[in-house]
Design a binder for this molecule. Structure first.
Ligand code: SF4
Length: 375
């Protein structure tokens, strides 16, 4: 985030800025992980990595990042990628909406910014899918701007450092913590105070952002596991001094997640598998799925559902139940493998497909929600 004049007047908490930041940056230089997106920093590479890293662990992102960039190396390539190819490259990372927003942003970058990510925070923030965090990450890592990139991990660290007893999921508290983070950023002149510089040489805010991210990933861990004895900020941390780090931050979601039962029908003729493309709007928009019905269907109900799709049923066997959690919804899944006579691909209704197993794995992106029912 960037601050306005009023926010600039906020008091700076604790003794940060010099002593604490030096300790923090020294820790980062010693223990920052070697991650592919830190080896060569460009605005596009920073953006792709930051989107992939939302909701997904770095170890998982490692497996996707280089392959994605090799195939879609520029915003223009991303803007021109087919939706199916993009979904296939994203398969396994989950939260597909991130990928479709990335493509929308890439189109804006091509149309309005000549194919390059804009260089100022406000223009970055205006791109589809760019929240405060992503805009600040690109602004600081790629362009050296003074912006604090505060994600859920940083909220946790900050809530502990300053013993914030308010709900960090409320936008008011999160905003206050982002303002505090901004106040903690070193200026270019005191960022490294003459010591050895690290990857983002001369980019004081970038170094600080990365150091805080490393602290959140390696030391100030969630739940009951902060490693305060190894923390470079322990001398400044209120929660550590007062022995309440383990119960912070307070995260009270007002979100009520809906529960829904669904039955997945893995229809096959022994060689091909029936797939359906979901509607272009709503949950998992435009992605492929195994046919499925709301509710927990009995064998007879499952058989009838497949017959209504135009197939006669040869045999049916139950598959193991599964569960999938979306942001607003939990699916409790049951499933059947339903064997039918040879599927005539030419006679399939619109939006239905019947790939072989090999084609399914090679060409079709199946969302994680149906992952348990892949053949
Ligand atoms: S001292 Fe402990 S609680 Fe405080 S920031 Fe460090 S690891 Fe987190």
């Amino acid at each position: 985030m960037m601050m306005n004049k009023e926010q600039e007047k906020l008091p700076l908490p604790l003794l940060f800025r010099q002593e604490a930041n030096e300790s923090l940056l020294a820790f980062c230089r010693e223990s920052a992980r070697d991650l592919p997106w830190r080896r060569s920093v460009t605005p596009y590479r920073v953006w792709i990595s930051e989107i992939m890293l939302q909701q997904t662990r770095a170890e998982v992102v490692r497996r996707y990042y280089d392959r994605f960039l090799a195939e879609l190396p520029t915003p223009r390539a991303l803007a021109e990628a087919s939706d199916d190819r993009l979904a296939k490259l994203w398969e396994g990372l989950g939260y597909y909406r991130r990928a479709s927003l990335m493509k929308r942003a890439a189109c804006v970058i091509v149309e309005k910014h000549g194919g390059e990510l804009p260089r100022d925070y406000a223009s970055l923030r205006a791109l589809p899918g760019f929240g405060d965090y992503t805009a600040a990450a690109v602004a600081s890592f790629a362009y050296g701007l003074r912006a604090a990139a505060v994600d859920g991990n940083l909220l946790r660290v900050l809530a502990r450092l300053f013993r914030v007893e308010e709900n960090v999921l409320s936008s008011k508290t999160a905003k206050t913590l982002r303002e505090i983070a901004y106040r903690m950023l070193p200026d270019a002149k005191d960022g490294t105070s003459g010591g050895e510089r690290y990857l983002y040489d001369g980019y004081a805010a970038a170094e600080w952002n990365q150091a805080m991210m490393e602290l959140g990933a390696q030391i100030c861990l969630p739940n009951t596991q902060p490693k305060c004895e190894k923390c470079p900020l322990s001398a400044y941390c209120i929660a550590c001094a007062e022995g309440c780090a383990e119960r912070l931050p307070i995260r009270e979601s007002t979100l009520k997640r809906k529960e829904e039962a669904r039955t997945v029908l893995r229809v096959t003729d022994g060689e091909r598998y029936l797939l359906h493309r979901r509607a272009e709007k709503g949950l998992l928009a435009g992605l492929f799925e195994f046919p499925n019905k709301e509710g927990t269907l009995s064998e007879d109900e499952a058989k009838k559902a497949v017959e209504e799709m135009g197939f006669s049923v040869k045999s049916l066997r139950a598959l193991a139940p599964a569960r999938h959690v979306f942001t607003h919804l939990t699916w409790h899944l049951s499933g059947y493998e339903v064997t039918v006579p040879p599927i005539d691909r030419a006679a399939l209704p619109e939006d239905f497909f019947a790939p072989t197993k090999e084609e399914l794995y090679r060409d079709y992106s199946i969302p994680g929600a149906f992952g348990a029912y892949k053949p």
